[in-house]
Design a protein around this ligand. Structure first.
Ligand code: NAD
Length: 393
């Protein structure tokens, strides 16, 4: 079929298989150009199909020749409809890894469940013995607690008071105002349940108990801090509470297991998760303009190359006073933030294109779903029913 983008709010409900393959290919080329010795050799990536998790998997495999087991929750093609972008990304990743002679298998299912944890453990036991790095990169709107069976939903809300600021209406290509009521206590607790560190701890407990965690292994989970203008809805909001809990979990995991668990603070990038956060897409559009002008712009793959090669497995860990790895250093440079803060009050629908990189934001958003990639013939009839090369193992 001929696949066209069909955007609904902050998601695109179609994805292009060849475009996703081209995007994964571009990320692989960046990782290959940054080959490095002394990195991880057997890696479990939880949330490996899109965004930071996908780039972590690509850097593990193509900068460090690591075997990778990926876990994700994606939609395969059904009734002739295209699969989700993360499905096509994973098909393309596995294909390229196998061609390069690298082990790559994937598990599609709910990472919060005991069943998927057990499948991952059985696969590691059978194929890899142990893993020396566990990347935890889930972004999910809901989680069913495996112990209680209760489903919790996360919200992106301020705490304590209403928050009003500018945001992007991407349907209308306009700057709008959003006003968000504060979260209830239950919503805060639920968001911590979904996006906090409890599930990361459950994974590490299960892996260690099963003997599949190598002695001295590393584990990393991702977080964000960003500028003050997003703090009410991010760092000081419900998601910020969850991220604090991820930091608590990192300390608890390091204490309990023979494993160094770290939180890496990454920069703001366009992903399916970040597109859904109020205010952030407008901030990202301005940030991209400022960072591109300075030559410091990075996307997921460049961030993960720096995280793995300089921080996690390099000689420049740059831990902050809270013991977190920082790869948001270029985003948070004082003059970058001053430049963004100077543009923020001036931004309106009329000045959006001139004062921000909204065009770049939109292009970046479309590439998440495999659209707008150079060299892809979007008029071509393509097969949308692709199986994972490792399926049926
Ligand atoms: P993303 O939406 O691109 O990726 C989320 C991944 O989680 C996908 O692989 C998806 O399949 C998987 N997933 C979701 N629910 C699942 C489930 N129930 N079972 C198995 N897999 C599931 O998100 P992202 O932006 O790359 O976010 C990853 C992490 O990075 C998050 O912790 C996020 O807070 C953090 N982070 C993101 C940004 C940013 O700007 N995007 C910045 C800093 C930190």
């Amino acid at each position: 079929m001929i696949v066209k983008p069909r955007i609904r709010g902050f998601v695109c409900i179609t994805a292009h298989p060849k475009g996703c393959e081209a995007k994964v290919g571009k990320e692989i080329a960046v990782a290959q150009a940054a080959k490095k010795d002394g990195g991880p050799k057997k890696v479990l990536v939880i949330g490996s199909s899109t965004g930071y998790g996908l780039s972590s998997r690509i850097v593990s495999a193509f900068s460090h020749d690591a075997a990778t087991l990926g876990v994700f929750f994606e939609r395969p093609s059904q009734n002739g409809k295209p699969a989700s972008a993360g499905w096509y990304n994973s098909v393309a990743f596995e294909k390229a890894a196998h061609e390069a002679g690298l082990y790559a298998k994937s598990i599609n299912g709910d990472a919060f469940s005991d069943e998927i944890k057990n499948r991952a453990i059985e696969t590691i036991k059978a194929d890899l013995g142990q893993v020396d790095l566990v990347v935890y990169s889930l972004a999910s709107p809901r989680r069913t607690d495996p112990k209680t069976g209760e489903t919790h939903r996360s919200v992106l809300k301020p705490i304590g008071q209403n928050f009003t600021n500018r945001s992007l209406d991407t349907d209308k290509d306009a700057v709008c105002e959003v006003s968000i009521d504060p979260a209830s206590e239950e919503e805060i607790t639920d968001t911590v349940k979904v996006m906090g560190g409890e599930d990361w701890e459950l994974w590490m407990d299960a892996l260690d108990q099963a003997g599949v965690l190598a002695p001295g292994a590393k584990s990393v989970a991702y977080s964000y801090i960003g500028p003050e203008l997003t703090w009410p809805v991010y760092t000081n909001g419900t998601i910020g509470q969850a991220k604090k809990d991820v930091e608590r979990a990192a300390a608890a995991i390091s204490e309990k297991h023979d494993c160094q668990a770290l939180v890496a603070i990454n920069k703001a990038v366009v992903t399916q998760a970040s597109s859904a956060i109020p205010v952030v897409p407008l901030y990202i559009s301005i940030l991209f303009k400022v960072m591109k002008a300075r030559g410091t712009h990075e996307d997921c793959i460049e961030q993960m190359v720096r995280l793995f090669n300089k921080r996690l497995y390099g000689d420049d860990a740059q831990l902050d006073s809270e013991g977190r790895i920082r790869v948001d250093d270029w985003e948070m440079e004082a003059d970058v933030q001053q430049a963004v803060a100077a543009i923020w009050p001036e931004i309106s629908s009329e000045t959006l294109l001139e004062k921000s990189d909204y065009i770049g934001y939109q292009e970046n958003f479309l590439t998440l779903f495999g659209f707008g990639l150079e060299g892809v013939d979007y008029g071509e009839d393509v097969d949308v029913e692709l199986d994972l090369p490792s399926a049926g193992f």
